[in-house]
Ligand binder design. Structure first.
Ligand SMILES: Cc1cc2nc3c(=O)[nH]c(=O)nc-3n(C[C@H](O)[C@H](O)[C@H](O)COP(=O)(O)O)c2cc1C
Length: 336
């Protein structure tokens, strides 16, 4: 299956929900939540795209990095690439039901496994659990910030199912989709976070951190990882882009907690930029939904492999043999 065929098929199937634009930057779909867009004016989604585009890389070719290996260890798993599938739910409202949550989650998690990496499942209950089991535990569940008892009960259930990690998208406390469904979501205090970390027997991920102070609170609570994310611009209008806030967050907590980041990561070069800015690995959202709708698990695998190929090429062109070689020195800063 060719990449252009996958995109064309997705464009036909997603009419009215996603236009599968040449640049997935949040312009055409501004305000379309539910849907694929960013909330309100769509500025937070656009900020993700623009913030990444503003960073430039130092091209270096006087070195011995003839080949590059983007493999890493994450939550005790060996991954072939630092690109993971972001959690996606709400197929009925966001994709017009062209795939069910079960079909979408299966395509995303299976495609990620086939590409040697790992996917996250969104708030889809038993569907997530079944799919993670089908992937022999190679998967992560990201639950909504519901009442404590419900999160803990699901965390334990997912641990029994063999998943490698569990987390909440704490920024989901502001989701329009949840309010429309009448689901109670809430922000969490530091003490509540500590309780979740202590009561759930899996590495705990806090998705939706955008400031250094909250990153530090995640460390203090004992979380295994944060996802620096504004939920793809879907929960609050007028936030900065993730690539803008990531350096300050990394300065504060790098090495104390695993740092994942997402938001308009579209190419392997974007991945390299996020890693140079301080992320240990990245998540990809919308492009993998398009790949799943247009080509199922095979489409997701193809897209992840394309991005990984671009990442390897960009690593060679910046003098990085392994992910450990990637750091702020890759980022261009004007010297006058
Ligand atoms: C249609 C749609 C559904 C999403 N569902 C969830 C979800 O259930 N849980 C979650 O944590 N994030 C969810 N997200 C956010 C993604 O996990 C991710 O943070 C974001 O999409 C990354 O930005 P990108 O799409 O520009 O790559 C969703 C995003 C979209 C577009």
């Amino acid at each position: 299956m060719e990449w252009n065929e996958i995109r064309q098929r997705a464009r036909e199937r997603l009419q009215g929900y996603c236009r599968v634009c040449p640049q997935c930057d949040g312009r055409a779909c501004a305000g379309e939540v539910p849907g694929f867009g960013g909330v309100g004016t769509g500025s937070s989604f656009r900020a993700n795209y623009e913030a990444l585009a503003q960073w430039k890389l130092n091209l270096r070719t006087v070195h011995g990095a003839r080949d590059a290996d983007p493999a890493l260890q994450l939550f005790g798993c060996k991954l072939a690439t630092p690109i993971l599938g972001a959690p996606i739910a709400g197929a009925q409202t966001n994709l017009g039901g062209v795939m069910s949550d079960a079909e979408l989650t299966a395509a995303l998690l299976e495609g990620c496994s086939l590409a040697g990496t790992m996917g996250m499942a969104g708030h889809v209950g038993e569907i997530a659990l079944e799919e993670i089991k089908r992937q022999s535990g190679r998967g992560i569940m990201i639950f909504k910030p519901l009442e404590q008892e419900k999160i803990i009960a699901w965390g334990r259930k997912v641990a029994e199912g063999g998943a490698v990690a569990f987390g909440i998208d704490i920024d989901g406390a502001g989701l329009i989709n949840m309010r429309l469904l009448g689901v109670h979501v809430e922000p969490k205090t530091p003490a509540q976070l500590k309780e979740l970390v202590e009561d759930i027997p899996l590495p705990f991920i806090l998705k939706g951190i955008m400031t250094p102070d909250e990153a530090e609170l995640a460390v203090e609570a004992g979380a295994a990882a944060i996802v620096v994310s504004n939920h793809g611009g879907r929960v609050l209008d007028h936030t900065p882009g993730v690539a803008q806030v990531l350096p300050a967050i990394a300065r504060r907590v790098k090495g104390k907690i695993t740092i994942l980041a997402d938001g308009a990561v579209r190419t392997g070069v974007d991945v390299l930029k996020m890693l140079a800015l301080g992320a240990d690995a990245v998540l990809v959202g919308r492009p993998l939904i398009v790949a799943a709708v247009g080509g199922g698990a095979a489409g997701v695998k193809l897209h992840l492999e394309r991005m990984t190929g671009e990442l390897i090429q960009a690593m060679i062109m910046t003098g990085c043999k392994t992910l450990e070689d990637i750091g702020p020195r890759l980022l261009y800063r004007e010297e006058i």
